[in-house]
Design a protein around this ligand. Structure first.
Ligand code: MSP
Length: 597
């Protein structure tokens, strides 16, 4: 029986073929769903011509220490950056801290510190967290830096000179926690902890206050139709789909002009409006420009600014998908290519907050579960579309099942001296595993080969649209199949002295190591340390770990395999150790001293 065994070509080639095929329907007649996905995929591949890629995290408020949600934003961006590097892109990856505004001013006052010292302390905590969690940023920006101030001043002057900023007045609701202006329809009644009636933002639950001030306004209302045509022409600009739809929906509502400054008497901790020392620039305008500052604005930003991708949490979507594009359109600058939105982590089904005592300290947890353990958990369990609940127990179960037992177990089996006494990448025997049946392989083995052969293209597609959890799900399913393959043929039961058996043992191990090489290569953006350990154990050299080296099982295709006969690496330690339960507080995560909200 001949079995269909098609190794998938790399995604870009697949798209190329699609575009050339005369048998396929023109894009215009595809269903909307297919069209959107085709366009997203095709456009992400078009940027391959420009081998630059620029990814950003939001810059983090320094009013409190980092929590799990912050690490999540950073890990997603880090994963995208590492993936692009593996694909051979020049990738810029920016993160940093958002240090101006009323919220920070008040937090510094409450701490009895001068604002800059206060900001420096907390910014350092973010930096420490990121270095201990392998967040490989290429630029760490603080909005209190001079390079940023110059960029903001320039940006402001461009908008002002184009007549897009005018002197006016704002009267309405303001949330200091969110640093956001709200419409009456976005405000509701609530009671504070002392039983006093207050007004709150319906979206965030944070307290709002009425303010009336002379300040500068940005002509946001003038940009509605341009924003709509940008979104309609770029269905992949905001992902996932449900957030894209949310932005379209907001654009159907009232879009009043936006206040972009505060009176200096109220807000002194910020960048003064150029030419008007009585006013301070609104913190969100200031903060959003950080993406340009890092790109080299205003002097040399083009090569990076044309390829910008933002990772943002769902709470700050409006700022990124409406205000920011409107500012950029106003300044005559290109819009970001993609805004990838993620949902939130909750604890006990609730938003993390200091008052509830449920804030998860990411540094402490990554010391318990290891950095890669934490990264794996966040990306495997975190679904962009909906909120996820965090428990220590879930982390431990997932890591033990997928990293210790499944992946670690497979590596251990195939490299253990009992099964692999020569400690080499053994030979593949084409007679034992021929492309047509007739050798010792059975039908499930061919299915496994087919699945692993197609895995790189599948994972590429999932990484491209930031469905990392789907990529990890697909990899895990393949690891399970490879374990099944080894188990099915039980090479430890075969007779080493029999030459036919010996060839088959070598083939089983060769195929399994090839699978592991693919898994290790694909997992690098998610768990860099574990992948490094795995690939080193297989003897895969640093130059052989890129996307271009993802050629699975070349011997099966009649090609040479550079690894065949090569000595395995000497580090035979466990890939991911079993974590002792006593290290883990199973009840609930400890509260940090300083926490969000
Ligand atoms: N300073 C602004 C961003 C300015 S960007 C020009 C800000 N900072 S933040 O510190 O409050 O949030 C930073 C990121 O952390 C946001 O993407 C936000 O969605 C994310 N998270 C905050 N809490 C979160 C969870 N509980 N879960 C997941 N991510 C969450 O907003």
């Amino acid at each position: 029986m001949s079995l269909p065994f098609l190794f998938a070509t790399r995604g870009s080639r697949a798209v190329h073929r699609l575009q050339q095929s005369p048998c396929l329907s023109p894009i215009s007649v595809l269903s909307r769903y297919k069209r959107v996905h085709f366009l997203r995929y095709a456009s992400s591949h078009q940027c391959k011509d420009n081998r630059n890629h620029y990814v950003t995290t939001p810059i983090f408020y320094v009013n409190a220490s980092p929590h799990l949600g912050h690490l999540y934003s950073a890990v997603i961006a880090d994963c995208l950056h590492r993936y692009k590097l593996l694909q051979g892109f020049r990738s810029k990856f920016a993160t940093g801290t958002d240090e101006h505004g009323l919220k920070i001013q008040q937090a510094a006052e409450a701490a009895g510190k001068d604002p800059l010292t206060f900001c420096t302390d907390v910014s350092e905590r973010f930096k420490n967290l990121f270095s201990s969690c392998n967040i490989s940023y290429t630029d760490y920006i603080r909005t209190t830096e001079q390079r940023h101030r110059s960029a903001v001043e320039h940006f402001w002057s461009v908008l002002r000179n184009k007549g897009l900023i005018y002197k006016g007045s704002y009267e309405g609701w303001y949330s200091t926690q969110d640093e956001s202006f709200l419409m009456p329809s976005q405000v509701g009644d609530a009671m504070d902890s002392s039983g006093k009636d207050i007004k709150v933002s319906l979206e965030s639950g944070h307290k709002v206050e009425w303010m009336k001030e002379e300040n500068y306004m940005f002509r946001l209302s003038a940009f509605r139709s341009q924003l709509l045509s940008w979104l309609r022409g770029n269905p992949g600009a905001v992902q996932p789909e449900r957030f894209y739809q949310a932005v379209l929906h907001w654009l159907q509502e009232d879009l009043p002009d936006l206040s972009v400054s505060r009176q200096r008497s109220r807000l002194h901790w910020g960048i003064p409006v150029p030419g008007d020392a009585e006013q301070t620039i609104y913190v969100w305008l200031d903060a959003l420009v950080n993406y340009l500052t890092v790109a080299g604005y205003p002097n040399s930003h083009e090569q990076w600014w044309n390829v910008a991708h933002h990772i943002v949490g769902k709470d700050i979507l409006k700022f990124h998908a409406i205000y920011w594009p409107a500012f950029l359109l106003g300044a005559g600058l290109p819009l970001p290519q993609t805004i990838y939105v993620h949902s939130h982590w909750t604890v006990g089904g609730k938003k993390m907050s200091k008052s509830l005592g449920n804030v998860v300290d990411p540094l402490e947890r990554s010391q318990v579960f290891t950095t890669d353990g934490m990264r794996y958990f966040l990306l495997r369990q975190g679904v962009p579309d909906s909120d996820c609940d965090y428990t220590d127990d879930k982390v431990m179960k997932l890591l033990h099942a997928e990293l210790t037992d499944s992946l670690g177990g497979l590596l251990n089996r195939c490299t253990a001296p009992a099964l692999n006494p020569a400690q080499v990448y053994p030979s593949f025997c084409a007679q034992s595993f021929p492309s047509q049946q007739g050798g010792r392989a059975v039908v499930e083995d061919y299915y496994m080969l087919d699945a692993v052969g197609k895995l790189p293209a599948l994972v590429e597609r999932y990484y491209e649209n930031m469905h990392v959890y789907k990529a990890l799900e697909a990899i895990t399913a393949c690891v399970r199949q490879t374990n099944g393959f080894v188990q099915r043929h039980a090479p430890w039961k075969l007779d080493r002295k029999d030459s036919k058996d010996q060839q088959w043992i070598s083939t089983i191990i060769h195929v399994s190591l090839e699978c592991l090489r693919i898994y290790g290569t694909l997992l690098q953006p998610v768990v860099p340390d574990i992948s490094n350990k795995l690939l080193s154990r297989l003897g895969v050299r640093p130059g052989e770990r890129g996307w271009a080296a993802l050629n699975f099982l070349p011997r099966y295709q009649g090609l040479d395999c550079p690894f065949e006969g090569r000595a395995l690496g000497c580090d035979s330690g466990v890939l991911f150790r079993r974590l002792d339960s006593p290290n883990v507080d199973k009840q609930k995560p400890k509260t940090t001293k300083k926490s969000a909200n």
